[in-house]
Design a protein around this ligand. Structure first.
Ligand SMILES: Cc1cc2nc3c(=O)[nH]c(=O)nc-3n(C[C@H](O)[C@H](O)[C@H](O)COP(=O)(O)OP(=O)(O)OC[C@H]3O[C@@H](n4cnc5c(N)ncnc54)[C@H](O)[C@@H]3O)c2cc1C
Length: 436
C-alpha cells in the first residue's frame, strides 16, 4: 500500500494508483489512446471472476475490506452451518471440490475450498481495502475507485485506483438487515443480535431465546439453539414453503433442476409439494402455512428462497421449537408482546431478518444498479453487465451457481475487449461502452 505523498509507477500490466490529491502516475487513465489494462474486482464472488480472468490472460485486482478471503463465511456464519445445496451446485468455475468432501460441506470445508481456490489461481486480494466510493469518469473513460486502508488506524489512508472495468462483487448479503421501528426495542435489556453474529448455542444454554424470522437462517439457528439446551421460540410472520432437503435420496434442489428441463415450473412445483406433504406432513398444522404460489414460482417471482429442512421441523412438531406470531412491541426490560396479545420474557432476541446489498453506499451509479435495494435492475440472466465497463458478479439470487455463471460471462466479455485493445489501441473504449 503506498503511503501519502508516495507515487506508484504505472506498469503496463498493473493498475494505476492515484492519490487523493490527484498526484500519481495515472498515465493509462489519462491517455485515451492507450489500451487500458486494468480491472478492479472488489469482493470474493470476485475470486471466481478473477480466476476466470486469469485463465483468459487478463490480470485483475481484488479489493477486500476484511483481512482474509471468504470473510463472509469465516466471520459471519455460525459454526455448524453446512452448504444448503449439494456441493456440485456450489463449485466455482474450473475447480471441483476435493475428493472425499461430503455432499453438503460444512462451513470450514467450504472456507478451505475458497482458500485453496485463491491459492490455485494465484488470486491475492488486497486485504483491508474497503471501497468507499466508485464512479465513472466520462472525461477519461475510466472508473475511479476510492479505497480506505482499514488497517490504517485513526488516520485511515485513502487510495484512488483507476480502471477500465469495474466488477462489483460485494455480495447480496453484505450487511445484516434489521427490522425498523419496532416499538419499545430501545428499552429491551436482554441480549440482541443478528444471525450474522451467531456462532453457536453455548451462551444460550438454559435460556429463553426468541428467533425473529423463519427462513433458512432462522430455522437453522432455532435448531442449533435447541440442540444446545436453549428454549427457542421462532417468529413466523409470513407464509412460507418448507421442503425436505432430499426427496427419495436425491437433493430437492437437484431434482427440481432436472425436472425443470422437461416440465413447466407449475408441474414441478406440484410435484415438490406432493412429496413435501408426504415426507413432512401438513406444515400449516404446525403454524407454517404455505403461500398459494408454489416454491419455485415464488423464488423466480419474488426471490424468496424456500426453506430446506434439516431437522427444525421435527423440533417444531415436538414442541421443542415454539412457533409464535409477529412481534407487536417490546415491553419492559425483557418482555415481548406478540400480535395475538400474549406476552413473554426472553433472555435474548436473535434477528434472522436477512441481509442487504451495500452497493448504494459506495457506487455512484443508478442506471444499472437500483439505489433502492442495491441489486442490478435487470433480473438474471441480464444482471451481469452494465455500461462503461461496469459488471456485477453474484447478484443473481441464485447462490454460487449464479456466481459461476456471472464469472464466466464477465471474464469472457472483458477478455474479448482486452484482446481487441491490444489489437487496436482505441477499440477497448468503444467496446466497453455497450450495455447489457
Ligand atoms: C447463511 C448463508 C448460507 C448460504 N448457503 C449457500 C449454499 O449452500 N449454496 C449457495 O449456492 N449459496 C449459499 N448462500 C448464498 C451465497 O452463495 C453466499 O452468500 C456467497 O457467500 C455469496 O458470495 P459473494 O462473493 O457474492 O458474496 P460474499 O461472500 O458476501 O462476499 C462479498 C465480499 O465483499 C466484501 N465487501 C463488501 N463490501 C465491500 C467494500 N465496500 N469494499 C471491499 N470489500 C467489500 C466482503 O467483506 C465480502 O468478503 C448462502 C448465504 C448465506 C448468508
Amino acid at each position: 500500500m503506498p503511503t501519502s505523498g508516495e507515487q506508484q509507477e504505472a506498469e503496463p500490466n498493473h493498475p494505476t494508483i492515484l492519490h487523493r490529491d490527484g498526484s500519481g502516475s495515472g498515465t493509462d487513465a489519462g491517455d485515451r489512446s492507450s489500451p487500458a489494462r486494468q480491472v478492479w474486482v472488489p469482493g470474493p464472488s470476485g475470486l471466481a471472476t478473477a480466476a476466470c480472468l486469469k485463465s483468459r490472460g487478463v490480470p485483475s485486482l481484488v479489493l477486500e475490506k476484511d483481512t482474509c478471503v471468504a470473510s463472509s463465511w469465516r466471520h459471519r456464519t455460525y459454526e455448524r452451518l453446512r452448504l444448503h445445496l449439494p456441493r456440485c451446485f456450489c463449485e466455482l468455475p474450473m475447480a471441483p471440490f476435493p475428493a472425499g468432501t461430503p455432499a453438503y460441506p460444512i462451513r470450514d470445508q467450504f472456507v478451505a475450498y475458497l482458500d485453496g481456490y485463491a491459492r490455485a489461481f494465484g488470486v491475492e486480494p488486497r486485504l483491508g481495502a474497503r471501497v468507499r466510493a466508485a464512479a465513472y469518469d466520462a472525461g477519461i473513460g475510466f472508473w475511479r475507485v476510492v479505497a480506505v486502508d482499514e488497517g490504517g488506524g485513526a488516520a485511515a489512508e485513502e487510495t484512488e485506483f483507476v480502471s477500465r472495468w469495474l466488477v462489483v462483487a460485494t455480495g447480496e448479503n453484505a450487511e445484516p438487515a434489521w427490522p425498523e421501528g419496532v416499538e419499545g426495542m430501545e428499552g429491551y435489556r436482554g441480549l440482541v443480535m443478528h444471525t450474522s453474529s451467531y456462532k453457536n448455542g453455548d451462551e444460550f444454554r438454559g435460556k429463553n431465546v426468541l428467533v425473529v424470522g423463519c427462513g433458512n437462517s432462522g430455522m437453522e439457528v432455532s435448531l442449533d439453539l435447541c440442540n444446545n439446551g436453549a428454549r427457542a421460540s421462532m417468529v413466523v410472520r409470513d407464509k412460507l414453503h418448507v421442503l425436505p432437503r432430499e426427496i427419495l435420496g436425491i437433493s430437492t434442489f437437484g431434482l427440481s433442476m432436472f425436472l425443470l428441463r422437461w416440465l413447466p415450473i407449475k408441474r414441478v412445483d406440484s410435484l415438490l409439494l406432493f412429496f413435501s406433504r408426504l415426507i413432512l406432513g401438513d406444515t400449516e398444522k404446525y403454524g407454517l402455512p404455505r403461500p398459494k404460489i408454489g416454491p419455485l414460482q415464488m423464488k423466480s417471482s419474488t426471490g424468496k428462497t424456500p426453506v430446506l429442512d434439516i431437522g427444525a421441523l421435527r423440533k417444531i412438531k415436538s414442541g421443542e421449537i415454539k412457533v409464535v406470531p409477529a412481534i407487536n412491541r417490546f415491553t419492559g426490560s425483557n418482555g415481548v408482546e406478540f400480535i395475538d396479545g400474549h406476552r413473554e420474557d426472553f433472555d435474548a432476541v436473535i434477528f434472522a431478518t436477512g441481509y442487504k446489498s451495500n452497493v448504494p453506499s459506495w457506487l455512484k451509479e443508478e442506471e444499472f444498479f437500483s439505489h433502492v435495494d442495491g441489486f442490478p435492475r435487470k433480473p438474471f440472466p441480464h444482471s451481469w453487465r452494465g455500461k462503461n465497463g461496469l459488471y456485477a458478479a453474484g447478484f443473481t439470487r441464485k447462490g454460487l451457481m449464479g456466481t459461476s455463471y456471472d464469472a464466466l460471462r464477465i471474464a469472457g466479455d472483458i477478455a474479448d475487449q482486452w484482446t481487441e485493445a491490444f489489437a487496436s489501441p482505441t477499440a477497448a473504449h468503444r467496446s466497453s461502452d455497450h450495455g447489457a
